[in-house]
Design a protein around this ligand. Structure first.
Ligand SMILES: CC(C)(COP(=O)(O)OP(=O)(O)OC[C@H]1O[C@@H](n2cnc3c(N)ncnc32)[C@H](O)[C@@H]1OP(=O)(O)O)[C@@H](O)C(=O)NCCC(=O)NCCS
Length: 161
């Protein structure tokens, strides 16, 4: 796992296109990814196996809230733990940056992603009707999900006498 750098953006655009084309959603271009990565608070992770790109994720932290902007794993390399590794890396990074919540949006019919998020502890906190426009089959509702972070009380100090 490594931080997504400007030089990786063409590869990230390829991964994004491959991941989202099957569900009729347009992949983000290299230019769009470059503009996002240049936005304050945005960072990404690239997962590789040897010299093969496996997947990537992008997130944004603003004050104590974070958002998962995208996560994508190459179709032929799914169900081997890559998505969870990327999500865990995002969670560790935003927690480190001081975020108390991580939000995301997911299409209501995206069973794979929903299951990944639910098993990580995300909960549905809102619905956006018709949020995902599809090239082939109309629109799907978007679910807004939230994972609460950093909600434990600080550890109690041991007092010794
Ligand atoms: C969502 C996505 C990133 C998951 O990547 P992945 O590498 O396959 O995920 P993992 O192998 O780490 O799976 C983690 C868990 O997610 C769930 N999951 C993943 N794929 C699933 C599927 N096809 N059906 C049901 N559950 C699934 C399971 O709970 C799985 O744990 P398990 O394998 O122990 O049962 C991948 O499917 C993808 O790139 N999808 C297209 C892009 C996308 O939809 N991104 C999210 C937009 S909000």
């Amino acid at each position: 796992m490594s931080a997504l750098a400007a030089l990786d953006l063409a590869r990230a655009a390829t991964l994004h296109g491959e991941a989202f084309a099957p569900v009729g959603e347009r992949g983000w271009t290299r230019q769009e990814l470059a503009e996002l990565l240049a936005t304050p608070g945005v960072a990404g992770q690239l997962l590789q196996a040897g010299d093969r790109d496996v997947g990537f994720a992008l997130h944004r932290v603003v004050a104590d809230e974070a958002e998962l902007l995208t996560i994508a794993v190459r179709p032929a390399l799914r169900r081997r733990g890559a998505g969870r590794r990327l999500l865990d890396a995002v969670i560790a990074q935003v927690r480190e940056a001081g975020a108390r919540s991580l939000f995301l949006e997911v299409a209501v019919d995206n069973q794979a992603a929903r299951r990944l998020y639910e098993t990580t502890g995300f909960q549905i906190v809102g619905v956006r009707a018709g949020y995902y426009r599809r090239s082939d089959c109309g629109a799907a509702d978007g679910l807004v999900m939230r994972l609460t972070l950093n909600d434990q009380l600080p550890p109690r100090r041991m007092v010794t006498t």
